[in-house]
Ligand binder design. Sequence first.
Ligand SMILES: [Zn+2]
Length: 509
Amino acid sequence: MIPQLSKFLGPSNLRKCSPEAYRKLREILCKFEQGAILGNDIQLTDKEIKANETIMCLKMEEYNRGVKDPNQFAPGYHIFERLHEIEKSPLFQLIRKMPKGGALKTHDTSMCSTKFLIGLTYRSHLWACTVDDGCKILEFRFSKEMPTKMRHENGKWEKMDELRDRRGEVNMKKQLLQHFSMYPLSELQTNDKAWDHMMSIFSLLHGLLTYYPVWGEYYYNALKEFSEDGVQYVETRTLLNPLYCLGGNKLPVKETLQVYNEELRRFKADHPDFIDSKIIYSPLRHTTPENMGGHVKTCTELNKEFPKLLVGFDLVGQENEEYPLKMFVNELLKMPSHIKFYFHAGQTNLYGSPLDENIIDALLLGTRRIGHGYALTKHPLIMQLVKRFSIAIEVCPICNQVLQLGADYRNHPAATLIANDIPFVLSSGNPSFWRTKPLSHDFYMAFLGIAPRNADLKFLKRTAKNSMRHSALTDEEKATAMQKWKSKWDEWIDYTIENADDIMKQPEK
Ligand SMILES: [Zn+2]
């Protein structure tokens, strides 16, 4: 593009321009910039143009209010401070209803709402391991008898219903609400602290969710909550924990996948509009090359048994200096090529560290998408290669903020991805822990806070379509997926046109 532009700009000193030439050049530059932005390839239909008027009216209302009074602009704030305010926004409400395609970056035990999790604590045979006279729960376990093992010294096992009676139902609800999510903000001062907090929730949920009868129900409910939020397709990273039974015996990992398979079949039968769900096996990255070899083998074997369900591989857990991706190259290269990689990489604000350089290894290993890729814009060469190989970046704006990578959405590096039309999908990571909707809050923040002010329905449509284009679906499955999404999309466009007046009503202050 630069050579074409040079022709217009000429080799001479720009200060010698006439005012007319200046205006013309400015117009040309703006056109070039605009043409390069994500979503610019989309041609809106007449109906979409009409719906776009309503959408942009809502967006500009909110945007301009925020320019005049920054206190009223949600993307300038931490999500925890604005969660309920955002839900009153007419723009958010319309985005809630929008068919968003797929959520490609989710983790299997951080998908459901806190409300659903609290409901699970009423199940019979549940025990809680607590400290501070029951004020802090460290572990859950379903068991007929008092569990004999605990992962924490000084803990005390108590039946959950007795603990609830003793502490009072209202207190217990408040306590669980706090245990199951990352509030309050004051506890999350650094990236490491936020990660520790998040990992402690995963650990707390372990015994509650890996109980055989609960696991399937959790997954079914996760699909339900996502589909109610306009998501028709879900890809889930999983550690593939073995499930346990009431007597304490553990089931082979195959059973964990069998439950996914069965629940997915049941969910699709109950919800014909839903497209599908796929599983990405994602063990923890903090391991030895030898163990990694074992994970590659397990993945290969499980893929043979569940070829349509388990289709990819990734590594999860906080990236650090000790366990860079390059450490496992020999083992990872043994993965059969039909099992695709979807590596988390560069989820950091460091520059020139093994963490951001993971992006280089992810690319060289042939990853199909990059989880987060927060540091990608600091590697412009890799950014161009990502575009060339059509590798999508899974942008999770709210997750990045909660894990302390950046405070203000307007500074999110994804703005540079949008400006360069880098393949891009939006996802939510662990919405359960920030009490956000499965995908709507991330779309809202990206649309209002990260994308340019004039990004419109074209941006939303490209982002939704990208989630199917860059999914693990086969080409044939993608065609069906597009059809299912398109029929929902057309309904939403009609709804937006038909209800424009109601949609634009601002809430009473
Ligand atoms: Zn993740």
